[in-house]
Design a protein around this ligand. Sequence first.
Ligand code: HEM
Ligand code: HEM
Length: 86
Amino acid sequence: MKTHKPVATILIVSAVLHGILSFSHFSQVGILPYIMGTICLLSCIASAACFYIKKRLKNTKSWILYHNFFAVIALVTLIGHIALSR
Ligand code: HEM
Ligand code: HEM
């Protein structure tokens, strides 16, 4: 998929901006959405990083397994993040 890489990059850049801009809401939502959001963002970055360091991963053929592992963590924490933001 040609669009996957640019879309993932936009996701990460916009999530960083979203995280920074959302700090004005701290008093309304508490700390939990920030913790979940940060784990979600770090998982997205780790998933993307797997692609760039795939040559350095021991079993090069299985880099997609690491990529998918972090993508699943990102999805699960995203659900928690949105639920806790309400
Ligand atoms: C991939 C990463 C992220 C995605 C996709 C994401 C997505 C979302 C979405 C869809 C909401 C709206 C929930 C609602 O209105 O009920 C939200 C709210 C929020 N997010 Fe994130 N987020 C991400 C990362 C972060 C990070 C890194 C932080 C801060 C460290 C953060 C802090 C917040 C806060 C405080 C709210 C609540 C704002 C409010 O309702 O007033 N998010 N996020
Ligand atoms: C710059 C960042 C990224 C790059 C270069 C990248 C690259 C790739 C590549 C090469 C594939 C396999 C070939 C394909 O189907 O296109 C793939 C599959 C996939 N990526 Fe990414 N990716 C990135 C970020 C992300 C992020 C942030 C997520 C989600 C959090 C994600 C989720 C997935 C999923 C779910 C698949 C399908 C896995 C499968 O077919 O088993 N990717 N990615």
